[in-house]
Design a protein around this ligand. Structure first.
Ligand SMILES: [Zn+2]
Length: 90
């Protein structure tokens, strides 16, 4: 819903929807996640629309907000990624 409003050009209403979703998630003790919305400006983070994704040094996945430049960092490991060899084997 927030993404649709953002695409329509109503950024203020999109940020309001994100703040409402964050308040509901907090009330029900459900983590919204760092890559859902920007912590700096409250914009919904959609790769290609409002965010760009980069691989940083030391195994970090950076989701950078285009609006304000705030980066959400998430660690990743090659060991935890699903292997293609296991599926194609037996
Ligand atoms: Zn931002």
């Amino acid at each position: 819903m927030a993404v649709g409003k953002w695409r329509a050009g109503d950024k203020r209403l999109a940020k309001r929807y994100v703040s409402l979703a964050r308040a509901i998630a907090m009330r029900h003790r459900f983590p919204l996640g760092p890559a859902v919305a920007c912590k700096g400006c409250g914009a919904p983070l959609v790769p290609g629309l409002t965010a760009k994704t980069r691989l940083g040094a030391q195994k970090l996945l950076l989701t950078i907000c285009i609006e304000c430049g705030t980066a959400a960092k998430k660690g990743f490991s090659a060991k935890r990624a699903p292997s293609a060899r296991k599926k194609s084997g037996k």
